[in-house]
Design a protein around this ligand. Structure first.
Ligand code: ADP
Length: 321
């Protein structure tokens, strides 16, 4: 008997390496303009993937294609085992989407709307994954308990955004798309949201694809970061891996006798070993810092921009070959 494709042959358990999203050579052309030039990446079960990139890079286009809202020009895509362009309602029920703020149904109350939307998912409940989530649990998860009986039109911007997140997760999705979910959140709401993302990915095995312009948030949330520039993926890895790709240099900081010291080095471990070997017990506050995600992001995007400028210059004024 052969194992189900989503099952590890040795253990019979869901394989941790299963691709929930599989994108190969995705291309998109609007009219005569190519905006995606062969994008390929994967997302595994329970992985939090953060897509970064300047405005116009193609993030929303990719997400809309994966959600089945937009038809691609070319490329192979599998999302939860199906092609989003032809996937059915049962597939849609396994996906959660947090788009722009929910502006309709202003007269509905929070709990009432979630209950109503949740009821659409009930027919897609399975033995392994009951649907929808309990309405009150979701209200609690997004910290809207005090506002559960309030009309939607009377919620603040941040509360509405939390309701958007609640709408995205009420159907207990296996894959959740979030387009700039924390825009308009105060620091507490942002922290609550980060906890929720960790909870969904760790406890529910939800795969999360998220766009944000907040690099600090990306660093906190991402198992993996994709940086998109000009319709191409220019980086794909953990924040640490990307930092190493840009520079092997680290900054070592420490205090001795009340003074601060900083030293930049390619061999942080060797430097620290040497520092401590000659220390008479006075070194405190020792810290090793790699490039921040912001440094990495700026370097990679600028590298892409410079490459593009060079190509253009070569095209106009460079030697003909
Ligand atoms: P991002 O989400 O990274 O800001 P988008 O995916 O929205 O980028 O846009 C990528 C490029 O595609 C931009 O140059 C944008 O102007 C163009 N674009 C997006 N949607 C359309 C559309 N419906 N028709 C024509 N061009 C579009």
């Amino acid at each position: 008997m052969s194992a189900r494709p989503d099952t590890d042959v040795a253990t019979g358990l869901p394989s941790p390496s299963d691709d929930v999203v599989h994108v190969d050579d995705l291309r998109m052309r609007y009219g005569t303009v190519d905006v995606l030039h062969g994008v390929s990446f994967r997302a595994r079960r329970g992985e939090v993937l953060v897509v970064l990139g300047p405005n116009g890079a193609g993030k929303t286009t990719i997400i809309e294609i994966l959600e089945g809202f937009r038809m691609r020009s070319a490329g192979t895509i599998e999302v939860l085992g199906q092609d989003p362009a032809t996937a059915d309602e049962a597939w849609r029920a396994r996906i959660g989407v947090v788009l722009q703020s929910w502006r309709d149904h202003g007269k509905w109350r929070v709990r009432e709307l979630l209950q109503h939307l949740g009821s659409f998912y009930a027919p897609y409940s399975t033995a392994a994954r009951s649907r929808p989530l309990d309405t009150d649990d979701v209200v609690e998860m997004v910290r809207l308990r005090e506002h559960a009986d309030q009309r939607i039109a009377t919620l603040s911007g941040g509360q509405r955004r939390r309701l958007d997140v609640a709408i995205g997760i009420i159907g207990r999705p296996e894959l959740l798309f979030l387009d700039e979910p924390t825009a308009g959140f105060d620091p507490q709401a942002r922290r609550d949201f980060h906890d929720l993302v960790h909870r969904l990915s760790d406890l529910e095995g939800t795969t999360i694809l998220l766009t944000t312009h907040d690099l600090d948030e990306a660093e906190k949330l991402a198992d993996r970061i994709l940086i998109l520039a000009g319709g191409r993926i220019v980086a794909n890895g953990s924040a640490d891996q990307l930092a190493r790709e840009v520079s092997s240099r680290a900054e070592v900081r420490w205090m001795r006798g009340g003074s601060n010291f900083i030293h930049a080095t390619d061999d942080a471990a060797g430097f620290v070993r040497n520092l401590l070997a000659h220390d008479d017990g006075e070194v405190t506050e020792l810290e090793v810092r790699r490039a921040s995600l912001e440094d990495t992001y700026m370097t990679l995007v600028q590298r892409h921009e410079t490459g593009r400028r060079d190509e253009t210059l070569a095209g106009f004024g460079g030697p003909t070959r």
